[in-house]
Design a protein. Sequence first.
Length: 466
Amino acid sequence: MKKFLLSVLSLAALSVIFILPNLEIQTVLTDTEEMNTLSSVDSNEISQSTIAEKTRYRKSAQLVLEELIEARDILESQSVDKWGDSKFKSALKNVSEGDELYRTGDYLESIEKYKDALDQLVSLKLRGKEIVQQTINESNKDIEKLDSELLIPKVSSSVDLASLIEPDNEDIKLLKKRAKNLPQLFNLIMQSRQLIESGNFYDAKNILTEASLIDPDRLQTELSLNELQRLIKEENFTRFMSQGFSALNKNDFSLAREVFNEALITYPNRSDVKEALVQLETRQTSFQISKKIAIAESEEREENWQKALEIYESALLQDSTLTDIQAKLINIRIRAQLDKNIQNFIYNPLTLSSESNYQSAKSLLLNAKRINNQGVKLKNQILKLSNIIEDSRKLFNINLLSDQKTEITIFKVGTIGLFEKYTMSLIPGEYIAQGRRSGFRDKRVEFVIEPSQTIKDITVICSEKI
C-alpha cells in the first residue's frame, strides 16, 4: 500500500513538472526531492489522510501558480518595470519563498506565499488600469488647459507610459496622436490669447480656427471660438451703434438708419437699438419740420404765400401738435387766397369786363390796401390791380366793316344793323360779332379789346351762299 501511494505521488509530481512552465518561478519539486521528503518521514507516521491532505494542498498551490504565471506575463508585457518595478520584485520574492516552502513539503505555507504574491500582482494590474485612466483624465484636462509649455512633455510622457500598459486602448491612441501636435497647438493658442488681449478678435479667430483643425477634439478651442464670435458680434454692435449716433448728430439720417438696422440684425431683441431707432425717427421728423418751417418763413418774407401755406401744411401732417404753426396758418391762408385772387385778375384782366368780376376786383383791392406791413410784392400787386380796374372801364374805339347787306350784332352789346363802316367804343374784353344775311351762311367773328391796343378794324360779311 505504501509503495502504491509513493508511486501516485511521484507520477503527480512529474505531471506538474511537464504542465507548468519552470521559468523564474520554481513551481514544483522533482521526483527525487519529493521522494526524499517522503522518505524522511517515518513510514509508520504516513497515513491515508496525510497523503490526501498534502495532495490537496499541492493541487491548490499549482492552481495559484498558474494564475501567478499569467499575471506575471501580462505585467511584463505592460513594461511593469517602468511603473511598478519595486512591487513587482516584491511579488516575485514572495514566489521564490513559496517555492522553497513547496520543495520542503510545506504546501500550506507555500500557498499563503503564492497568494500574497498573486494579490500583489493583481494589485499591480489594477494599478496599471488606474494609471491608464488617470492618464486619460489628466491628459485631456491638460490639453484643454494648455496654459504652460511644461504641460507638453508631461502629457507626452504620461501618454507614452499609458500606451505601454494598454497599447490597444482607443483613448490612449487618440491622446498619443494629439500629443504629437501639442507644440504647434500650444503656439497657436498662445498667439490667439495675445491677439484677444490686444482686441484683435478677427485675427485671433483665424488662429483658433487653424488650431481647431490641428486638434478637432479640444473642447476649449471650440468654446474660445464661440466666445470670440460673441466678442466680434459685440464689437460690431458697438461700432454700429457708435456710427449710428455719430451720423444722427450730423443729421445724416439715411446713414444712421442703415447702421442702426445693422445693429438690430446683430441683436434683434436689444432694447437700446429699438430706442435708438425711435430717437432717429423723432430727430429726423424734428429736423425735417424745422427745415420746412425755415423754408416756409423764407417764402413768407418773399410773399410767396401759397408756397408757404403748402410747406406749413406739410409740416402739420408730420406733427399735428405744432400749435404755433396752426395759429400762424390762419393769416397765411388769408394772404395766400388774397395773393391768388389778385394774381388771377392781373393775369386775366379781360375778365373784368364782367360787372361781377369788376366789383370783386374792386373789393379785393380794398382788402389788399387794408393790410398792414405791406411787402414790396403786395404793393406792386395793388398798383397793378388798380391800373387794371381803371383800364377795365376805359372805352376803346374799333371800326366795324361790312357790305351794307349783312346785319351785324355784337354779343353783350346789341344789334347794330346794316352798314359799310361803323365806329364804336367798347371797354376791354372778349367779344363776338355775328353777321346774318338771307340766303347766306351766318358769319361769326371773335375779337378782343386790349387796353393797350390802337384802333382796330373788324370785318363781318356773310359771303357763303347756302
